[in-house]
Design a binder for this molecule. Structure first.
Ligand SMILES: NC(=O)c1ccc[n+]([C@@H]2O[C@H](COP(=O)([O-])OP(=O)(O)OC[C@H]3O[C@@H](n4cnc5c(N)ncnc54)[C@H](OP(=O)(O)O)[C@@H]3O)[C@@H](O)[C@H]2O)c1
Length: 335
């Protein structure tokens, strides 16, 4: 007899038969690396596994203009602690995290040694343990994609012991590059013009033995990966809310020229999250913990992630703790 999901569980809908499974560990239970091998695709198995994740509203918004900060951020009406936990798990699996320069520029408290996941907050301690148990460095490398090279100082991040890379094109301004390199950042020139190319970026990371690569930027970086056919998987959280807004105030998941042909995906898994806050101590704890006080907001902001979901879900009072949502895992179809 099928049981309804509760605060600790989500309902696995696909593959069937439907059954409740724990939310915690959902993205850790199936290791990412052997996926290509399991499909029998030897050529893909030799390459890194590249994935991304987004949370979107039913009307496709991944960000909205925020009057408080005058920036585009993950909509407060959908950012939530349960999705944030799953995001943390995905970050925890990665050798490297690709993020956009725009995100780094917009960090509310600037770059610090604890910027970017994996979270060092006590409730995510198991993720650090998971990384160590799987032979990974305590924190993934950070790869910042930029054409402008307009970046704040990355010294605090470098000094925290993390590997930090900036990915750009060959046309990059040498003086700006020299300043970035002087901070201890390694520059990857992976594009013919000013921009980084997705395929060359992944190739460069593969040469450095990065096997599991998470893309945490937005629609522009995603476009670079899709056109070069190097994205393997999309983790998509569909929050059951509509947000509206004129085109000038929101972003969708992918931007850039129309894809010809369209990029095809196949559903690999689907989970339903009722997220009843009354039965979900973790969610309410995390939401209030993250948002109730300025101090907590600072703490949350200090482990923000490239999707803004962290900082937005974490650093605001109105994180959507009772949002109903679907967690879809979609694999790129190449047949
Ligand atoms: N809901 C979600 O889960 C989610 C997840 C991620 C992002 N978002 C939202 O989506 C919106 C866009 O995200 P974003 O601005 O972080 O990412 P983005 O649109 O992918 O990238 C923006 C910046 O990244 C650099 N960039 C991107 N592709 C590049 C390339 N091929 N070569 C060189 N530089 C490149 C550029 O930096 P320079 O200007 O320095 O050249 C550009 O300004 C934001 O509003 C964000 O909040 C939502």
């Amino acid at each position: 007899m099928q049981q309804p999901p509760d605060g600790k569980n989500v309902l696995r809908i696909f593959p069937g038969p439907p059954q409740p499974v724990p939310l915690h560990g959902l993205n850790l239970r199936e290791p990412l690396r052997p996926t290509a091998l399991a499909r029998g695709d030897q050529s893909r198995a030799a390459k890194p596994f590249v994935y991304t994740n987004f949370i979107a509203s039913l009307d496709g918004r991944v960000s909205l203009h925020d009057p408080q900060t005058s920036k585009r951020i993950v909509p407060r009406a959908i950012a939530n602690a349960r999705d944030w936990r799953l995001f943390q798990e995905l970050a925890a699996c990665a050798d490297s995290l690709i993020m956009s320069a725009r995100y780094v520029r917009d960090l509310p408290h600037g770059v610090s040694g604890t910027s970017f996941p994996v979270s060092v907050k006590p409730e995510h301690d198991d993720l650090l343990q998971w990384r160590l148990a799987h032979g990974l460095a305590p924190q993934p490398a950070i790869v910042i994609v930029t054409a402008s090279l307009e970046l704040p100082s990355l010294v605090p991040l470098v000094e925290s012991g993390r590997s930090v890379y900036v990915a750009t094109g060959n046309a990059a301004d040498p003086r700006k590059l020299a300043r970035i390199e002087a901070d201890g950042v390694r520059v990857l020139r992976v594009g013919g013009g000013a921009r980084a190319e997705g395929g060359r970026l992944i190739e460069a990371l593969a040469e450095m033995q990065h096997r599991t690569i998470a893309m945490l930027g937005g629609g522009e970086v995603l476009h670079a990966l899709i056109v070069d056919d190097v994205l393997d998987r999309l983790y998509l959280t569909l929050a059951c809310r509509m947000l509206g807004g004129l085109p000038s105030v929101f972003d969708t998941l992918l931007t850039g020229p129309v894809l010809e042909p369209a990029a095809r995906f196949r559903l690999a898994a689907l989970h339903y999250d009722a997220a009843d806050p009354a039965s979900d101590a973790d969610t309410t704890d995390a939401a209030s913990d993250a948002g109730a006080t300025d101090e907590a907001a600072d703490a949350a902001a200090s482990d923000t992630n490239a999707t803004d979901a962290a900082s937005d879900a974490g650093a605001t009072d109105d994180a959507a703790s009772d949002v109903e949502q679907l967690f879809a895992v979609l694999d790129r179809r190449r047949d």
